[in-house]
Design a binder for this molecule. Structure first.
Ligand SMILES: Cc1ncc(C[n+]2csc(CCOP(=O)(O)OP(=O)(O)O)c2C)c(N)n1
Ligand SMILES: [Mg+2]
Length: 325
């Protein structure tokens, strides 16, 4: 599908909404409103928006611990999501799961996952079900560079390719797994190259370019829908914040980042700034339109915050609900 001016402006609004959601979350986490922790994806918004825009409504998403953007880009009700992260009874999991256990079955988002790489074989199983039922769907699996070093990556990729399962694997290579830089966790830092070993296409995409992400994911979805089997798309991005809202340094307090690294990405590779400039260049965006879109995004986040803050805590007896084993 060709992206229209309206599509592109809406994608910009979504990227700004994700950024504001997470900046707002960091603020409220600092004030003690987030039980446990959460992981923000500031700097990775183009991946969520480019990929989700390419999906058909019937496709499935299986995501990670860093997933707020994937839900917002898919159109999840933001107040319910924020209430979950605040541990409130009105949250999508009744306040029991928090940021790492979000879901939205109405939009085929089968869950975020605190187990690194835990989604890879869930996505494979979902894809196998699609294949057996012969439906026109694809299972989309998000995971990180760190997850690509787990055994489940290799087992899952092998079977998915062998059985031509309709899965699109999207690896967000944000240069770090917790405090470990890519050069210390990947023997071959070109993660997309691993696709060759499993006889599937492997692509590398610039994660600061929302349109490039959209195009790469569209192609992989099409291939999967036509029975061509899985693809791996490695998207190069950068984690502009700490690993989690509770952790941004080594245990002794020292930094694990080279000096100037974050400033360089903020200056030159902020996906929102880059997309904004592109839209100005195309003549689609000017200061007035930008202000309107940004105000709409802010309104959504303010309303969600009001809802989440004013929602009740789960009742103590609810701890016994939804226990199956
Ligand atoms: C199986 C497992 N091992 C270790 C952890 C602890 N852990 C949480 S996030 C993380 C790093 C994951 O890195 P990556 O896959 O690159 O995702 P990112 O955090 O960069 O988005 C680790 C090791 C975990 N949650 N699950
Ligand atoms: Mg990572």
């Amino acid at each position: 599908m060709e992206l229209t001016k309206e599509n592109l402006l809406d994608m910009y609004r979504q990227m700004v909404t994700i950024r504001l959601f997470e900046q707002n979350l960091m603020h409220y986490a600092g004030e003690g409103h987030v039980p446990g922790t959460g992981h923000v994806s500031i700097g990775e918004e183009a991946i969520a928006v480019g990929a989700c825009r390419a999906l058909a409504p019937q496709d499935y998403i299986i995501s990670t611990h860093r997933a707020h953007g994937h839900l917002i880009a898919r159109g999840t009700h933001i107040p319910t999501m924020l209430a979950e992260v605040f541990g409130k009874a009105t949250g999508c999991t009744g306040g029991k799961g928090g940021s790492m256990h979000l879901s939205d079955f109405d939009r085929n988002i089968l869950g975020t996952n605190g187990i690194v790489g835990g989604g890879i074989n869930i996505a494979g199983g979902v894809g196998l079900t699609i294949k057996m039922k012969k439906t026109d769907q694809v299972s989309v699996c998000f995971f990180g560079d760190g997850a690509s070093n787990r055994g489940v990556f290799h087992e899952g990729f092998n079977l998915a390719s062998l059985w031509k399962i309709p899965v699109v694997y999207i690896c967000t290579n944000n240069q770090y797994a917790m405090t470990l830089p890519l050069c210390k966790n990947c023997a071959n830092q070109d993660i997309s190259a691993r696709a060759t070993a499993y006889d599937m296409p492997g692509l590398r995409v610039d994660g600061t370019d929302v349109i490039a992400v959209y195009e790469a994911v569209s192609g992989a979805l099409e291939r999967a829908r036509q029975g061509g089997g899985p693809s791996l798309i490695e998207i190069i991005a950068f984690r502009l914040q700490g690993h989690s809202m509770r952790m941004d340094a080594m245990p002794d307090g020292s930094s694990y980042r080279p000096e100037g690294e974050i400033a360089d990405w903020w200056d030159n590779k902020d996906p929102i700034k880059i997309f904004r400039e592109k839209l100005y260049g195309l003549g689609y965006l000017d200061d007035e339109v930008a202000a309107t879109l940004e105000a709409a995004a802010k309104k959504d986040i303010d309303e969600a915050t009001e809802f989440a803050l004013n929602s009740p805590e789960p009742k103590p007896e609810s701890i016994y609900e939804w226990i199956y084993a």
